[in-house]
Design a protein around this ligand. Structure first.
Ligand code: LMR
Length: 330
């Protein structure tokens, strides 16, 4: 009898273990932008590839547009294990490391190709691990693109920005950049920007063409300026503890899926931004190009910010980033 009970119990235990291991691991990926943006498309590609490579083993749920967590909460949610992947812009890690502030220094990178070279060089790769002690592991960089400025008036020279309120991401460098112009920065979550522009809580903002267009800023901003004064890129981060406990085959599959998603992201980012620019040009808003002399004026006005943040970032990182402009790996 005892033997029978024992045998029945072990069969039940086996069945339980079997059904438990048959349940797919649910992987939640939360982000704040619309689906028709570089990050939105890449997150969907990650889901497609992960589920193809690990059939029945993982189920990836993608939550765009701050549906699950907005800017304020997504990192906390990752730390608590309520979500497994997020891809905040590099400007939003201020609280966790000062090193990533290098990406926010105005006019440091000439273009997205230079940003790409820096990210793939030794310093950029090391930065993926800069927050490991805080429980965040960087798996990839995803591009969005260079930032533009917008307001309810033309911004052609730095003094045009004086006295205006600008929305910034949660970044001290970006706040300092606008203070440098005599403007007033306001840190606001991405989901709140359209309304703040509409209500006049802020007068202007900086973002990529694809973010501007997908958030319909052209409805509430009369003038855009192609300044390309900085970059909005992302780091895809996961919870280090969760990641390290994953079975090796799952880790390998997710890594591969991330590589594929990164390729898609970087392939579509340029086109999504140039398409979005054309759509803004076709709207009632105006798009201004800067002359070389005007661009130089913006550069001169914003660049003093570098010195303020050099200590936290490290001179070596800034030097490596500068080198990426000339084509060499950092
Ligand atoms: C922003 O807050 O402006 C951006 O970081 C949003 C994003 O994720 O592209």
């Amino acid at each position: 009898m005892n033997k029978f009970i024992l045998a029945a119990a072990s069969v039940a235990a086996l069945a339980f273990a079997g059904s438990a291991s048959a349940d797919p691991i649910v992987v939640k990926f939360s982000h704040v932008v619309a689906e028709h943006t570089p990050k939105g498309q890449a997150a969907l590609k990650f889901k497609e590839e992960a589920e193809k490579l690990l059939p029945g083993k993982v189920k990836v749920e993608v939550y765009p547009s701050s549906q699950l967590y907005g800017d304020g909460k997504e990192m906390e949610a990752l730390a608590l294990g309520d979500v497994q992947f997020i891809a905040p812009s590099l400007s939003k890690f201020d609280k966790y490391t000062k090193k990533l502030q290098v990406f926010d220094l105005p006019f440091l990178f000439d273009n997205i190709e230079a940003v790409d070279r820096f990210q793939h060089g030794p310093e950029g790769q090391k930065l993926l691990h800069a927050m490991e002690s805080k429980g965040f592991l960087g798996l990839a960089y995803w591009h969005n693109g260079m930032k533009e400025l917008s307001a309810k008036k033309p911004l052609l020279v730095p003094t045009d920005a004086k006295g205006l309120k600008f929305r910034v991401q949660a970044s001290d460098v970006l706040a300092a950049q606008f203070q440098q112009l005599g403007a007033n920065p306001q840190k606001l979550a991405f989901a709140e920007v359209y309304q703040a522009l509409q209500l006049g809580t802020v007068d202007g903002q900086e973002n990529t063409w694809s973010n501007c267009f997908s958030q319909k800023y052209q409805e509430v901003q009369s003038d855009f300026t192609a300044t390309e004064h900085g970059v909005i890129d992302y780091m895809v981060v996961t919870n280090t503890g969760w990641w390290n406990k994953l079975p090796k085959d799952i880790q390998a599959g997710l890594k591969k899926a991330m590589e594929e998603a990164t390729k898609v992201n970087n392939d579509v980012a340029g086109k999504l931004n140039s398409d979005a620019r054309k759509k803004i040009e076709a709207s009632q808003a105006k798009v201004h190009e800067l002359t070389a002399a005007q661009r130089q004026e913006w550069k001169k006005a914003m660049e003093p910010v570098w010195a303020k943040f050099e200590g936290g970032i490290g001179k070596d990182l800034i030097e490596a980033a500068k080198k990426s402009n000339s084509g060499g790996k950092s």
